[in-house]
Design a protein around this ligand. Structure first.
Ligand SMILES: *Cc1c(COP(=O)(O)O)cnc(C)c1O
Length: 220
């Protein structure tokens, strides 16, 4: 496992890509092995597990929420979450802002975009994303506790690498267009989260600067 970590990490550093180590369903001992190799950013997809691990594990871990987030659970993570990758509705964005305000902080978020050609994945349609961005831009004062830092997407689960590359390339163009149209002066809109164990190299070749890798890091 350690050789995997160092190998992947070297490749990511060379490509200026950030690593989110996806620790869902892994034991504290497994997480600590990767932590001891120097990793500090970890991602979870369930609130309950995220909260429990945040309480038990070292306080300098930077936690990312990468899975579908229900509005009624935002309060449980608002005080400590460093990045929410999975904003997929205006309602959720409003609730994150509200809970961030209660904690007197700004929560960085990504909008999750539906790019896969399959029914099962969460995410915003492109039109929905534009509606949210227009509302956000128009009502800036209502979102003082949110920082939209970029986009996230998951490609189809398919062996067809050309299709995966095409889906990632589509998200990259969208990201660049949104950056130019809605955040022209803001260098803080700078994050494109795409790529997992099976497709991270394709994602990076298509402009990803943050990958979420689980099985490749934690399985021997
Ligand atoms: C589990 C998960 C990952 C990591 O998947 P692996 O194939 O184990 O690398 C990435 N992103 C999300 C949203 C996940 O739920």
């Amino acid at each position: 496992m350690s050789s995997h970590y160092n190998f992947i990490k070297k490749y990511l550093v060379e490509n200026h890509v950030q690593l989110v180590a996806v620790s869902k369903m892994r034991t504290d001992e497994q997480v600590m092995k990767v932590y001891d190799m120097g990793q500090r950013i970890f991602g979870e997809n369930k609130v309950q597990e995220l909260v429990a691990k945040h309480q038990r594990l070292p306080q300098d871990i930077v936690w990312h929420m990468i899975g579908h987030l229900q509005t009624n659970k935002v309060a449980q993570i608002a005080s400590f979450i460093s990045l929410i990758h999975s904003v997929d509705s205006l309602k959720l964005l409003v609730e994150i802002n509200k809970q961030a305000q209660k904690c007197n902080r700004i929560i960085p978020v990504l909008l999750q975009i539906f790019i896969a050609k399959e029914e099962t994945k969460y995410g915003l349609l492109v039109e929905e994303m534009y509606q949210i961005l227009e509302y956000y831009t128009h009502e800036k004062n209502a979102f003082q506790h949110i920082e939209i830092k970029g986009l996230m997407g998951m490609a189809s689960n398919t062996p067809n690498t050309a299709q995966i590359a095409e889906e990632f390339a589509t998200l990259r163009s969208l990201y660049l267009h949104v950056k130019e149209s809605f955040f022209p002066l803001k260098s803080t809109f700078d994050t494109l989260s795409m790529g997992m164990s099976g497709d991270y190299k394709i994602a990076i070749a298509n402009g990803s600067n943050m990958v979420r890798i689980g099985s490749l890091l934690f399985e021997d």
